[in-house]
Write a protein that binds this ligand. Structure first.
Ligand code: C2E
Ligand code: MG
Ligand code: MG
Length: 667
């Protein structure tokens, strides 16, 4: 006779209380031994314990009823009455281990399955305890990290992981343990040879009885994928203003070409006088211009060339497979395309660019990387700027040795303005009929402590871009006005006129007019003796502000001349807009006089047009007798040029004025 408790009812469906010896069979349960064979009643642990008097522990017993099998762990302890050696009964406890066994079996099965996969996978398969300790790593580790699996086994999961990535890996582990779901994480691991390998790990927990027993993970090398993803991301991050590639994309492209050993040419462009547009027409006009330039550049290049904007008005073209000759031709093409007038918020502008060119033959002898190429092209571009606008300079060792660094020029120029290193040279304006000097053009010179006497080409752009031009112009005006006022005291020089050059930047400076009037008052030079030379392109830049500034000078009696006339486009249309006294025909047209029919036709037309408008004509850059003769025959009265006089320092000019030698007439 047996007594059972309540748990027996729950597990086996048998009412507690007294049950018969055959209670299991009565309830329909067939009793099995651990190996699954039937278990005769007499051998049951409880009967064994009573019969032998020895406790039975940890015996596995199966109960089967229909399709259901439950496994129990059984322990039986014999019970004795005092003084009686023979047990009268036994106390048996049954623990249901069905779930646990199932999990163990599953684990064994999955382990076998797992090993099979692991040993043959190109991914690195690992097993970890929940605390991160590595139990197993598959042989693919050798290919991925150049390491033996034993190096990892027994170590923490973060071993060999990049310090910056450890926190990420650990929090992924924690999240995985908490949620119990598959999770993926990317991090870097150290290869035996010292490089970092980007890997991606997929981890999944293996659970039993609601507990995470271990983690299984599969890890693969994603370095190549990461790199191409990063490259795509960079390329996608183009320049938002123009849609061209940005600096990062450009560098990537350059590196790719260099890696592939491809020859290439790189053109570094900086727009000339872009600041003027931005300052006088406003930023949205500036942006519009940049977009137009971007479109023109892209349209000029071949498929496969990459055009980028580095920021501001700096553009770069990378042309694969192009050698120096082709690169120079491309630069010329670009210049032509950019030179067509641009309509920007109602204004017609003319754009040019200074271009630095670098060529790389793709060979191993040239070890410059992408950054170095860009830097060399930048240096060449500044060289081009220093030579005057709209030029191109090809990089060579010589270019690189003495880089004209803009920042240096700016700093030096600033101190030059403070230390009085800016001086003025004067080029005579000569009356052709008599050879008399009727006026002088003041031209800025910089007596540089190291580089010697510098012409405006090597510092004017920096001065213009930085605004230092305003101070420079004031110094030039002041020096020249005082000088000319003094020279007007010389016999025969009472009417000597002064021309000074003014950039649009200076014209737009609000204090400039007052300063000029002060200078006139202070030096006693009459306003009518002063001519401001402005580039005709200044008239295109802004009809508002610049024209108003010019008009106010004229109201005070100052005269205006249009400098370098004929070089800007659509200038003729704008001539009527300003009260201009004279135009200076550019050297480019004077060059062909006496030889070139077309140049002659242009100058003839300019002379008659300006004559009709009541302006006078001055010829610039007269270098040869034929040119002078042609001009005289055409009725041009005044000219400047090396044939007549070069620009001279004040002392030399004074000597000339005193000697009063009419050179042009005597030839
Ligand atoms: P620009 O006003 O057209 O001045 C004439 C330039 O032509 C001068 O160059 C002069 O030296 C040069 N030149 C004169 N005759 C001949 C000739 O027969 N043959 C040749 N090949 N060249 C000749 P420079 O002094 O180098 O000045 C260059 C430009 O710099 C000037 O061109 C002017 O636009 C600008 N500049 C000069 N000084 C100042 C200044 O104080 N302020 C401003 N804003 N600009 C200035
Ligand atoms: Mg001039
Ligand atoms: Mg000129």
């Amino acid at each position: 006779m047996l007594v059972s408790n309540r748990a027996v009812r729950e597990v086996l469906g048998i009412e507690p209380g007294q049950v018969s010896n055959r209670f299991l069979g009565d309830a329909g349960w067939e009793v099995l031994q651990g190996d699954g064979s039937p278990w005769p009643d007499a051998d049951w642990p409880i009967h064994q314990a009573v019969r032998t008097g020895v406790p039975v522990t940890d015996v596995r017993m199966g109960l089967r009823r229909g399709a259901v099998t439950r496994w129990l762990k059984v322990a039986a302890r014999p019970l004795r009455r005092p003084g009686d050696d023979k047990p009268y009964a036994a106390l048996a406890t049954f623990t249901d281990v069905t779930e646990r066994l199932a999990a163990q079996v599953a684990l064994q099965e999955s382990e076998a399955h797992f090993r099979l996969l692991a040993e043959n996978s190109t991914d690195v398969i690992t097993r970890h305890l929940a605390d991160g300790t590595c139990l197993y790593a598959s042989p693919a580790l050798r290919d991925m990290l150049g390491r033996e699996p034993q190096e990892l086994e027994g170590q923490q999961a973060t071993e060999f992981v990049h310090v910056e990535d450890r926190a990420r890996l650990i929090s992924a582990l924690v999240a995985l343990l908490r949620s119990g779901e598959v999770s993926t994480v990317r991090y870097r691991m150290a290869h035996r040879d010292g490089r970092w390998v980007w890997v991606e790990t997929v981890m999944r927990p293996v659970r039993a009885e609601g507990r995470v027993l271990e983690l299984q993970s599969s890890t693969r090398d994603v370095t190549a994928r990461m790199e191409s993803e990063q490259r795509l991301a960079r390329l996608a991050l183009g320049d938002p203003l123009t849609g061209l590639a940005n600096r990062a994309a450009l560098l990537q492209h350059l590196e790719d070409l260099l890696d592939a050993g491809q020859p290439l040419a790189l053109l570094f462009l900086d727009l000339d006088r872009f600041k003027v547009v931005n300052d006088s027409l406003g930023h949205s006009a500036g942006d519009e211009l940049l977009r137009t330039v971007a479109g023109r550049l892209a349209g000029t290049c071949r498929d496969g060339d990459v055009v980028a904007r580095l920021g501001g008005d700096e553009f770069v073209v990378v042309a694969a497979g192009l050698a120096e000759e082709g690169a120079v031709q491309l630069a010329e093409r670009v210049q032509t395309v950019l030179g067509a007038p641009v309509e920007v918020s109602g204004h017609e502008l003319v754009v040019s660019a200074s271009v630095g060119i670098v060529v790389h033959d793709g060979g191993a002898t040239d070890e410059r990387d992408a950054e170095a190429l860009l830097r060399d092209a930048d240096v060449s571009m500044y060289r081009a700027k220093a030579k005057g606008r709209a030029r191109a300079v090809v990089w060579s060792e010589a270019t690189g040795q003495a880089p004209v660094e803009r920042l240096t020029v700016e700093q030096e120029l600033r101190s030059a303005l403070e230390c009085g290193e800016i001086t003025v040279h004067y080029q005579p304006q000569v009356e052709l009929s008599s050879g008399r000097v009727v006026g002088v053009e003041a031209l800025a010179r910089w007596t540089h402590p190291r580089r010697g006497l510098l012409a405006p080409a090597s510092f004017l752009d920096v001065a213009d871009d930085t605004g230092l031009i305003v101070e420079l112009g004031r110094q030039v005006l002041h020096t020249a006005a005082r000088q000319v006022a003094q020279w007007r005291g010389l016999p025969g020089c009472e009417e000597l006129a002064l021309s000074v050059n003014l950039s649009s930047r200076e014209l737009l400076d609000p204090g400039q007019l007052e300063v000029a009037l002060d200078v006139l008052r202070e030096t006693g030079l009459p306003a009518g003796a002063l001519t401001l030379e402005v580039l005709e392109s200044v008239l295109l830049d802004a009809e508002g502000a610049v024209l108003r500034a010019l008009a106010s000078y004229v109201e005070h009696g100052v005269r205006l001349a249009l400098d370098d006339f004929g070089t800007g486009s659509s200038s003729l249309l704008h001539l009527r807009r300003v009260p201009v006294a004279s135009v200076k025909i550019d050297r480019a047209f004077v060059l062909g006089l006496g030889r070139d029919r077309q140049d002659e036709a242009i100058v003839r037309a300019l002379c008659s047009l300006t004559g009709d408008l009541g302006m006078s004509c001055i010829a610039e850059g007269v270098e040869e007798d034929e040119q002078r003769d042609w001009l005289v025959a055409q009725g041009v009265l005044v000219a400047q040029g090396y044939l007549l006089h070069r620009p001279l320092p004040a002392a030399a000019l004074e000597a000339l004025l005193r000697a009063d030698v009419p050179r042009a007439v005597r030839g």
